[in-house]
Ligand binder design. Structure first.
Ligand code: GLA
Ligand code: ZN
Length: 663
């Protein structure tokens, strides 16, 4: 999908208003006023399209699609598989999920079908083909949106059998499986495939290799269901392009795998702005990290598929966005590589769970209401920024975020069962870089590291042999890596590496792990500077104790200054080939990362988005040759003698740079 404009619009549910032609007419009128150029239709339309088994009604949808198109509004067309009609759930119980405790769900809510059920797949194929037949070639439909927010798992017998077949393919024999799971432990060796069951609260949960493989299987099966739908549509609509709307830090599907199967990445963005414990800048950074993740999935512009123009109704406290935040948040998405600002939802529904969720048009239907006015202003601004569409970002730093690693890391017992704060660790690195205006991508263990000036490897507990090698090669050729504590502990089967660790990285880092110590919440370990490094910080969460290699050791830049590991390296650097490898033995306070990355980035020759120091709370983000400066403060600031108002954004175009100058 190549866009020559930024998309602006969102989820539209006209099926809830078919008996109100006046409202449907007002929708089009208001969409034009709000500078809407796209809507997402059909996400939850199954029971309107197929009210009885085999009885299809598509004319209403065609009318709406074409009427909108006549007014310059395109459609992202969803398949309705995320929510099924009651008749289907009643007639075919197998489509309803079985929970971990082996109880089959009653008909309820949405996004809870069995991904394996052949009947569900067949029913979905029928309706998807109807849609593809009718709209596959329609110029009004610019993108296909499969289902909605894929997630969850099913433990029915069909899924158990599919899991066993998946394991059989992965391991070939029970012997190999027992080895990979170290099943001799507690005498758990399996002698028949049928003995294997998915993890359950009242069943197996101690064989961590099994738990990890179940997570892999659930991810695989979810993506397989998506592929089934995509291929049904594609058969009749060969030119169609596909997306799925992803979610924030969603854990259960390996989005890097999912991304291989879609054409455009998209995600639903609902930050909790105005939390008393967070500044606007901190919330913005948390959101920015996710935008960067979704850009990275395909290495190209993504879509912000949903966001609220005002507030949600599902957060613990659903606060209103203060005036100006809607624009700040919309332009932030664009700054990080989104080609759209889309909302959930266009018009507030009258009843059921989301009746009190924010919408562009509220129950009063007024265009002078704040969400509508602010949305219209955003739409106008996006029209003026059309030239940003399709712009790629520069490659600077990469943070490794690998789903399999996270599953294994968090699925293990010890060293801190009260929480490892995986995302907090990533944010430590991300925030420091983003505050400096460095473009950050996320990569996994399959990614190509070429072109990055800096690669950060936080808590890469599950480290594949090949990736350890790739990190060494990357550094030898002149790259800079930062490797943290609790890296290189287990292999891809979650089996502990034998011998020195971090596995495969001891030569690279010039040291080896001897111990890992866990700290209670609030506990810290003070660290002091060495002659080679002017850093000082407090370690927390985990303190890794490392010994320098006898030959070609690392140079410590900071040492633990407390406890029995006083004098051991807390931060170290080691020259490796043409590059540099840094080692961080603990999680330090935020200031540490700002100073640390200031030095590392300078040494690695990485240019910040904006050359001068910006006032605190102003974030500069580069997208291609554009720099977006966003003021997250609730007061205006002065940049180069020009005032930047509170929550506002300034867009600056850089002189085009020679690609070779970028590192
Ligand atoms: C998700 C869903 C939408 C809606 C919104 C509410 O993102 O995809 O259907 O429920 O949440 O915030
Ligand atoms: Zn199932």
């Amino acid at each position: 999908m190549q866009l020559d404009k930024l998309l602006h619009g969102g989820d539209y549910n006209p099926e809830q208003w078919l008996d109100r032609p006046d409202i449907l007419a007002q929708d089009v009128e208001l969409m034009e006023k709000a500078h809407v150029n796209v809507v997402t239709l059909g996400v939850f339309s199954w029971s309107t399209i197929e009210p009885q088994e085999g009885e299809f009604h598509l004319d209403w949808l065609a009318d709406i699609i074409h009427n909108l198109y006549a007014h310059g509004i395109s459609t992202i067309l969803a398949t309705p598989s995320a929510a099924r009609p009651a008749w289907l759930a009643q007639k075919y119980p197998e489509v309803r999920r079985v929970r971990g405790d082996r109880v089959r769900e009653l008909y309820n809510r949405r996004q809870n079908h069995c991904y394996t059920s052949p009947i569900y797949r067949e029913k979905v194929a029928i309706i998807d083909r109807k849609l593809a037949e009718r709209f596959g070639d329609d110029p009004a439909v610019i993108l296909w949106h499969i289902g909605n927010e894929f997630g969850g798992e099913c433990h029915c017998e069909l899924c158990q059998n599919a899991f066993r077949a998946w394991l059989q393919k992965r391991y070939g024999s029970l012997d190999a499986l027992n080895k990979a799971w170290n099943a001799t432990f507690w005498s758990h060796n399996y002698t028949e495939w049928s003995q294997i069951e998915s993890p359950a609260p009242h069943g197996e949960n101690a064989v961590q290799g099994l738990a990890l493989d179940w997570k892999r299987f659930v991810s695989y099966q979810s993506i397989d269901f998506y592929k089934w739908e995509r291929d049904c549509v594609r058969e009749l609509a060969p030119k169609a392009e596909f997306t799925v709307n992803m979610m924030y830090r969603f854990n259960d599907i390996n989005y890097f795998d999912f991304a291989k199967e879609i054409d455009v990445a998209s995600w639903d963005n609902y930050p909790t702005w105005h939390k008393p414990t967070e500044t606007i800048e901190e919330t913005a950074l948390d959101t920015a990290m996710m935008h960067d993740l979704y850009y990275s999935l395909k290495g190209k512009p993504f879509l912000m598929m949903e966001s609220s123009p005002s507030f949600t109704n599902w957060q613990p406290v659903s606060k209103q966005k203060r005036p100006g935040i809607a624009e700040l948040s919309a332009l932030q998405a664009v700054a990080h590589g989104s080609d759209s600002v889309c909302y959930f939802q266009w018009r507030a529904s009258r009843g059921a769970e989301e009746k009190l969720h924010g919408a562009v048009v509220g129950h009063d239907g007024r265009e002078d209401a704040r969400p509508f006015r602010e949305t219209a202003e955003v739409g106008e601004t996006l029209e003026q920024m059309a030239f940003v569409a399709d712009t790629r970002r520069v490659k600077q730093a990469a943070i490794v975020h690998d789903w399999e690693n996270k599953w294994a890391l968090e699925g293990s017992c010890g060293p801190r069962n009260c929480g490892l704060g995986y995302w907090k660790e990533l944010a430590c690195h991300y925030n420091a870089l983003a505050r400096r205006g460095i473009t950050v991508d996320f990569v996994n263990q399959e990614s190509d590291l070429t072109g990055y000036g800096l690669v950060i490897v936080p808590m890469q507990y599950l480290l594949r042999n090949e990736f350890a090698q790739a990190l060494c090669d990357y550094t030898a050729q002149g790259g800079t890596v930062v490797v943290t504590y609790w890296t290189g502990v287990v292999d891809e089967s979650d089996l502990c590496y034998l011998g020195d660790t971090p596995y495969g990285l001891t030569d690279l880092l010039g040291l080896r792990r001897e111990e890992i110590d866990a700290l209670y919440d609030g506990e810290t370990c003070h660290c002091a500077a060495t002659d080679d490094g002017a850093m000082e910080a407090d370690g927390s969460i985990l303190c890794e104790v490392a010994a320098l290699n006898d030959t070609d050791p690392a140079t410590p830049l900071m040492l633990y200054a407390e406890d029995y590991y006083a004098g051991c390296p807390a931060v170290a650097v080691h020259a490796f080939g043409k590059g540099q490898a840094y080692y961080l033995a603990s999680r330090f306070n935020a200031d540490f990362y700002n100073d640390f990355y200031a030095q590392v980035c300078e040494k690695a020759g990485m240019q910040p988005a904006w050359p001068e120091q910006l006032p605190a709370g102003v974030l500069a983000t580069r997208r291609g040759d554009f720099v977006f400066m966003q003021n997250c403060n609730d007061h205006s600031v002065d940049i180069d003698g020009v005032e930047l108002e509170k929550y506002s954004t300034r867009l600056v175009q850089l002189e085009p740079v020679d690609e070779d100058d970028e590192s």
